[in-house]
Design a protein around this ligand. Structure first.
Ligand code: AMP
Length: 546
C-alpha cells in the first residue's frame, strides 16, 4: 500500500523560491570581483536568476545541457547556480586552481556549452579558447563597463537587463541532474560527480540539522569554502533554505580580508579548510584583532590541527567543529559534534573527540572493512577502509568513468583509512595511499602532521613515507617555518616525544621553503613525494653503509 501524501518533487528551485517568499529581504553581501562590497537580497537573487534562466534558454540551453561556472563565491555566482539548475540544466562548477590542461580536459569531458566566468579568469579562457570546441558562449560576470577584452563574450548584467523574470522552474523529476563537480583526481583523470536535485535537497535538509551545520534564520554565514570545491559544503543551498544572511568573500581569502568581513557584517558562522583558519589566526595575533560576533566555525577538507581548535576556543571564544566529507558525498559525511556522553566530559577530554572527524548524521551509513571485506570493530584503534552509503553519496561517476564504484552492498569506498570508536566517532588515519607502512604496521601521517603543526615555530608541516631498507618505509617530517624563525631537527622531535608512539617518530626533519597545496587546499603529497624522490633518510644511509 502506498502512502497518500502529496508528491512534491525535491528540486532545488524550491529552495530559492522559499527564500524569496519567506526571507526575501534577507541580505546577501559580496566582496565583488570589481572591488567594492555589494549588497543584494534573496528576492533580487531570485528575480535575477529567473532572468538568467531565460537568457540561457535564449542561447539554446535545454534540460540536461551542462553550463559551467568558473567563479569565486559571490551573489552573482549564486544567481548563476539557480538560473542554471531551475531549468533542468546541469551546473558544472570548475575549480580555477586546476592547471589549464586539467580545466580543458574537464570542460571537454563535460561538454560544457556555456561558461559563466569571473573577470579573474579571462586570461586563461582566452588563451585556451581554441581547445574548448563544445563551448558556444562565455558569459562574463560583470557589467558593460568592466567587460575586459574577450571577443564575442556576453555580459552578465546585460543579459539580466534584457530578459524577463517570467520563467517557469522545476516541473521535472527530482532525480534530474542538477550539478557536476570533478574530483581532484590524484590518480588518473578527474572524475565527475553528478548530483541530482533530490540529493542536493536531502543534503541541504540533513546539513541544516543542529548537530551538523545547524545554521538558522538568525545566523550570518560566511562560506569561505568555495562554491567550486564540493559546493561550498552546500551553504549556497542551506543558507537560503534557512533564511540566513550570506556574506560571500569573492576572491580575497587572506586573513585580513576574511577578518574584515567577519567583523563588518556581524558573521556568526563560517566554514573553511584549515589553512584559511590558520591564516586568520596568524592575522588576528599579529594585529591584536578580535572576533566580536563569530560563534562557530566548521573546519574540514583536511584534518584540523589541535592548535587551531585551542586557538579559537581559548583566545577568541569561538567553537570549532571538525567535519569530514568528499566531493562524492555532496560533501558532508561526518561532523564531530558531541553526543550526550561526550558533552558530559571535561573540556580537555572532549577535545580528544573534537579532533576526530566525527559521527554520521541521518542518511549517512559508514562501515570499516579490512582488505578481505571483513567488517572491523568500532574500538577506536582498528584501522580499515572507510566505506559510505546514502542518498547523497555518488553511485557512479559521470559517463561511467571508473566503472563500478560500489561494493555488493552498495557502499562506496572513500579511499580513506579510518577508525570508528564506541561513540561512532570516525577518525581518518590517512588517505589509503598516504599511510606509511613501517615494518608491517601503519603510521598515520596526518596525526604526526597535526601535532607538528602545533609547534609555535611551524607554519605548515607534512609527513610522507620514505623508502627504508629494513622497515619498507619510515616517516619524514617536512616543516615550513614561520617567517623569521630558525628551527632544528632535535627540537621538533622533542616536541613530538610523548605525543606519539616512539616508533612513529620521524627518522628525519627537513626544513623547506614551501609545502605545496593542491587545487582544493590540501597538502599535495604527490608533489612532495615527487620533489623528495632523490632524498635518502640518514637511517637508510647508515643501514646501507653498515
Ligand atoms: P575532496 O573530494 O577534494 O573534498 O577530498 C575528499 C578527501 O579529503 C577525503 O576523502 C579525505 O581524504 C580528505 N578529507 C576531507 N575532510 C577531512 C578531514 N576533516 N580530515 C582529514 N581528511 C579529510
Amino acid at each position: 500500500m502506498l502512502g497518500l501524501m502529496q508528491n512534491w518533487p525535491l528540486t532545488v528551485d524550491k529552495i530559492i523560491d522559499h527564500a524569496n517568499h519567506w526571507h526575501g529581504s534577507r541580505e546577501v553581501v559580496s566582496r565583488s570581483i570589481e572591488g567594492p562590497i555589494v549588497r543584494t537580497t534573496y528576492a533580487r537573487i531570485h528575480d535575477r536568476a529567473k532572468r538568467l534562466s531565460n537568457a540561457l534558454k535564449g542561447l539554446g540551453i535545454q534540460a540536461g545541457d551542462r553550463v559551467a561556472t568558473l567563479a569565486w563565491n559571490t551573489g552573482r555566482h549564486i544567481e548563476a547556480w539557480y538560473g542554471i539548475m531551475g531549468i533542468g540544466a546541469v551546473c558544472h562548477t570548475l575549480n580555477p586552481r586546476l592547471f589549464a590542461e586539467q580545466l580543458c580536459y574537464i570542460i571537454n569531458h563535460a561538454e560544457d556549452q556555456v561558461i559563466f566566468t569571473d573577470l579573474t579568469f579571462l586570461p586563461i579562457l582566452i588563451e585556451n579558447r581554441a581547445k574548448l570546441p563544445t563551448v558556444k558562449h562565455f558569459i562574463v560576470m560583470t557589467d558593460e563597463g568592466h567587460m575586459g577584452g574577450f571577443p564575442g563574450a556576453l555580459c552578465f548584467e546585460t543579459l539580466i537587463d534584457q530578459n524577463s523574470a517570467d520563467c517557469a522552474w522545476g516541473g521535472f523529476d527530482e532525480n534530474t541532474a542538477a550539478g557536476l563537480c570533478y574530483t581532484s583526481g590524484t590518480t588518473g583523470h578527474p572524475k565527475g560527480v553528478l548530483y541530482s536535485h533530490r540529493s542536493n535537497f536531502l543534503h541541504t535538509l540533513v546539513t541544516m540539522g543542529v548537530d551538523v551545520l545547524g545554521i538558522s534564520a538568525r545566523d550570518t554565514v560566511l562560506p569561505v569554502v568555495p562554491m567550486f570545491h564540493a559546493n561550498a559544503w552546500g551553504l549556497a543551498l542551506s543558507g537560503p533554505a534557512a533564511g540566513s544572511k550570506l556574506v560571500m568573500p569573492g576572491q580575497k581569502l587572506d586573513g585580513a580580508s576574511v577578518h574584515e568581513l567577519l567583523e563588518t557584517e556581524g558573521v556568526t558562522f563560517s566554514a573553511a579548510v584549515p589553512t584559511v583558519w590558520q591564516m586568520l589566526l596568524t592575522h588576528l595575533r599579529q594585529t591584536n584583532g578580535t572576533l566580536s560576533t563569530l560563534k562557530r566555525v566548521v573546519i574540514g577538507g583536511s584534518a584540523v590541527p589541535e592548535a587551531i581548535v585551542r586557538g579559537f576556543r581559548d583566545e577568541y571564544g569561538v567553537d570549532v567543529t571538525h567535519a569530514w566529507g568528499m566531493t562524492e558525498t555532496s560533501p558532508l559525511g561526518t561532523q564531530a559534534t558531541p553526543n550526550a556522553a561526550i558533552a558530559a566530559m571535561g573540556e580537555e577530554e572532549q577535545l580528544r573527540y573534537k579532533l576526530k572527524q566525527g559521527r554520521p548524521p541521518i542518511a549517512i551509513e559508514l562501515k570499516l572493512q579490512d582488505d578481505a571485506g571483513v567488517e572491523l570493530p568500532h574500538d577506536g584503534t582498528t584501522f580499515g577502509k572507510l566505506k559510505v552509503r546514502g542518498p547523497f553519496v555518488a553511485g557512479a561517476y559521470f559517463r561511467g568513468d571508473g566503472g563500478q564504484i560500489l561494493d555488493d552492498a552498495g557502499f562506496f569506498d572513500t579511499g580513506d583509512v579510518a577508525t570508528l570508536d564506541e561513540h561512532g566517532f570516525m577518525q581518518i588515519t590517512d588517505r589509503a595511499k598516504d599511510v606509511i607502512k613501517s615494518g608491517g604496521e601503519w603510521i598515520s601521517s596526518i596525526e604526526i602532521e597535526n601535532i607538528a603543526m602545533g609547534h609555535p615555530k611551524a607554519e605548515l608541516a607534512a609527513v610522507i613515507g620514505v623508502l627504508h631498507p629494513k622497515w619498507d618505509e619510515r616517516p619524514l617530517l617536512l616543516v615550513k617555518l614561520k617567517a623569521g624563525e630558525q628551527g632544528t631537527k632535535d627540537e621538533f622531535l622533542a616536541f613530538l616525544e610523548g605525543k606519539i608512539a616512539k616508533w612513529w617518530t620521524p627518522d628525519d626533519v627537513v626544513f623547506v621553503d614551501d609545502i605545496p597545496l593542491g587545487a582544493t587546499g590540501k597538502i599535495d603529497k604527490k608533489l612532495i613525494r615527487d620533489r623528495m624522490k632523490d632524498y635518502v633518510l640518514p637511517t637508510a644511509k647508515a643501514k646501507a653503509t653498515a
